[in-house]
Design a protein around this ligand. Structure first.
Ligand SMILES: [Zn+2]
Length: 82
C-alpha cells in the first residue's frame, strides 16, 4: 500500500521512484529524493500543490508520469495547459 500523499514517478527508464512523507516532512537537508528538493520539508499539503512545478521540470528530472493516491495526474494537468 502506498502511503497517503506519496507521489509515484514513472521515470523515463521505466522505473518507479517515490516522493513521500519522508521527504515532505524532512527537517534536514540534503534532499535525496526524485523531486530534487521541490517538496523537501514543505509538508504534505504543499507537496501535492507542487505537482505542477514538478511537471514543469519533467524533462530535467526525467520522468513521464506522476501518480498521487493511485490517480494518474499528468494527463489531467497537461490537458488544461494545451
Ligand atoms: Zn521529494
Amino acid at each position: 500500500m502506498p502511503k497517503k500523499d506519496s507521489l509515484r514517478f514513472i521515470m523515463n527508464n521505466g522505473k518507479n521512484r517515490y516522493c513521500n512523507v519522508r521527504c515532505h516532512d524532512a527537517l534536514k537537508k540534503p534532499c535525496m529524493c526524485v523531486c530534487g528538493g521541490i517538496n523537501h520539508g514543505v509538508g504534505s499539503y504543499l507537496a501535492t500543490g507542487n505537482i505542477q512545478a514538478l511537471l514543469d521540470q519533467k524533462d530535467d528530472i526525467g520522468f513521464s508520469t506522476i501518480f498521487v493516491r493511485m490517480i494518474q495526474l499528468q494527463l489531467f494537468l497537461t490537458k488544461s495547459v494545451d
